[in-house]
Every structure is written in C-alpha cells, then in structure tokens.
Design a protein around this ligand. Structure first.
Ligand code: ADP
Length: 340
C-alpha cells in the first residue's frame, strides 16, 4: 500500500510470519517513494553503463567459440587443398585430441589419407619390384643375342646361347604368371567364398598327390588327424599347403624327408610342414614372406619369391597365423594355424 505522512509518500509492505510459526507476528517494510525511485533509476543507469561491456564480452566470447569450431574445418580444408596441389599424400590434418564431431571427422580423414598413402605406396612398390625382377633376365637375353649376332660362333656356342635365352625367357614367364595370379588373388581375397570344410580330407588328398612326386628322391610322410572342420576356401587352402610342400621339395636335401602333420589343438587346426633341407638363416626369417624375396639368389629359374607371399595372404584371409622354425643346414618347419 501507499501512505502519505507529513507530505511524504511511502510504499508500505506487510507480510504475515504465520507460515514461519509466528502466528501473531507481522513484518512491515517501508520505503519513501523518492528513495525507491532513486534506487530504480540507479539500477537503470547501471544497466546502461554495463550494456556495452556485456555486448562486447558476448561478441568476443562468440568469436572465440566460433573460432574454436571453425579452426578444425579450416585445417581440414587446408590439408585437402595442400594434398591436391602438392600431391604429397604424407600430409595430415592432426588437430590433436578432442572428443567432438569435428575431431572425429578430422581423425577419420587422417585415417583415410593413411590408407590411400599405403595403397599408392604398395602400387608404386609393385611396379618397381616387377620391373626390377624382369630387368635381370631381360638384360641376360639381350646380351646373349648381341654376342651371338656380333661375332661368328661355333655350333655349341650358339646352342649354349639359345639354352640361356630359353631359360631366362621361361623365368620371365614364371614371374609374370605368378605375379598375375598373386595380384588376382589379392584383388579377390576380400570376396573369398568361405564354407565349412573338412580340412583333414583336403590335406589327405593333397598329400597323397604330392607324395607321389618323389622329387630329388625325397620321401614325404604325412600324419593327418581325421575330422578337422574349419571355415575356409578349399582352393586357397590347397594352394597354401601345396606352396609349403613344394618349397619343402625345392629347398629339401637330395634323398631327404618331408613330414606333413595336421592336428587339432584346442580351438585351432595346426598344419606343419617340415623338411631336412638347406634351412633359413635368422637374417632371412622375417624377409621370406616379402614379395619377390629369395634367400638364395642363385636358384634363379624356378623360384620367383612369390610362393610365401601368396601363403601369407591366404593365411590372413582365413584369420590364421604362420610361424617358421629353422636351422640353417638342418631344415625348416612351417606352421600354419587356423581357427576351427
Ligand atoms: P620361391 O620359392 O619362389 O623363391 P617363396 O616365396 O616360396 O619363393 O620363398 C621365398 C624364399 O624363402 C625362398 O627363396 C627360400 O630362400 C626361402 N624358403 C622358402 N621355403 C623354404 C624352405 N622350406 N626351406 C628353406 N628355405 C625356404
């Protein structure tokens, strides 16, 4: 209420304290109208004075916040631009740690660049490997032809030259064939048809055929636990096993032995192929899986260095593992483990 006392007007406010437990008690607030007005105008003035500061603060805050959000986008754009103009796939956005969507986007882009760089690098390496591999036989053929054409030679010498050319051209065709089949295999690995198959039967029939070879007088024995079932592709698994067994023949000792074993170990099927041949030095142990890698470069015609590379790819697609144990001069054992 408003009351007027001796020409001065007051605002009066009464409040009962019954709710607080003081039944008969009241609280009265009184303020003169002038005083009230001056307080309100003080608040209004203060608001006016503070308004620009508040606006500036909001603008600066907004700008900083927007900058924080825009910075990753700018970096993404800049990196994409840099990669396009410099063709340097090694560049990355790298905006550091963060858990928001923009960080996730930048990380995803970086991972995509990693993948692209790997694929391009593999492609470049493949071209360089193939030309390197073909260069040697090609230059031998070239030199033999030049020599035979330039100077008169005896019949034996011509025959010799033609033999060399034949051997080297065969080697080139081996390389090209193996390379084609390795590339085809790599390309189709992702859509490989997997079925439930009896690995024991597959190994048994392959061993029966390959034991008959008796290459270099080598005796092949096999022990196969029956009834081992795996998820896999029969054609690829046969290829893996025959590559390992053919290597055991190739790097085996004259009149030596090959042992093939397939057993079930817990949740895995374990295939091992052992020979008592040349063995592998510890230096070569990690390298033999590489494309075109040959430990003994003197065995030129037959080997292309692609057999184990293919074995590794097939093992990967079956989520299997490979292991090799070897003593130079004593022999080697290759072990392939595949989930049952
Ligand atoms: P390739 O046999 O055509 O050379 P691989 O990829 O099958 O190619 O093998 C790569 C290299 O690994 C071979 O050149 C050889 O030096 C070595 N290697 C493979 N298997 C054996 C083995 N059973 N014993 C000794 N060395 C082996």
């Amino acid at each position: 209420t408003e009351v007027s006392v001796a020409g001065t007007e007051y605002y009066v406010y009464d409040m009962s304290l019954a709710q607080e437990g003081w039944d008969d008690l009241w609280l009265r607030g009184t303020v003169s109208k002038d005083q009230g007005r001056s307080q309100i105008s003080y608040i209004a003035r203060l608001s006016f004075a503070l308004a620009p500061a508040v606006i500036i603060l909001a603008a600066v805050g907004g700008y900083l916040l927007a900058g924080r959000f825009l910075r990753p986008i700018k970096k993404i754009t800049q990196t994409a631009h840099d990669i396009r103009t410099s063709r340097d796939l090694a560049r990355r956005i790298s905006i550091g740690k963060g858990s928001d969507e923009l960080h996730a986007l930048a990380d995803e882009f970086d991972m995509m660049f990693d993948r692209l760089q790997e694929d391009f690098e593999a492609e470049r390496q493949l071209t360089s490997d193939i030309s390197h591999e073909l260069r040697t036989p090609l230059s031998v053929i070239h030199a033999q032809c030049e020599l035979s054409l330039e100077t008169e030679q005896s019949k034996e010498e011509y025959e010799d030259a033609i033999q060399t050319i034949y051997r080297q051209s065969k080697r080139m065709s081996n390389i090209v064939n193996d390379m084609l089949s390795a590339t085809r295999l790599e390309r189709n690995l992702s859509q490989t048809q997997m079925t439930e198959l009896n690995m024991s039967e597959l190994t048994q029939s392959l061993c029966r055929d390959l034991a008959a070879l008796k290459q270099n007088g080598i005796e092949m024995q096999y022990h196969i636990q029956p009834g081992i079932q795996v998820q896999g592709n029969a054609e690829l698994l046969s290829r893996l096993m025959s590559n390992l067994i053919m290597n055991a023949y190739k790097y085996g000792r004259q009149n030596g032995h090959i042992q093939v074993q397939l057993i079930s170990e817990g949740n895995t099927a374990e295939l091992s192929v052992s020979d008592d041949g040349v063995g592998i030095s510890s230096d070569d142990m990690d390298k033999i899986w590489r494309r075109f890698y040959r430990a003994d470069k003197s065995r030129t015609t037959e080997s292309t260095g692609l057999g184990l590379f293919i074995v590794k790819k097939i093992a990967e697609v079956h989520r299997g593992t490979l292991e090799v144990r070897s003593q130079p001069g004593q022999g080697s054992t290759f072990i392939f483990k595949i989930p049952k």
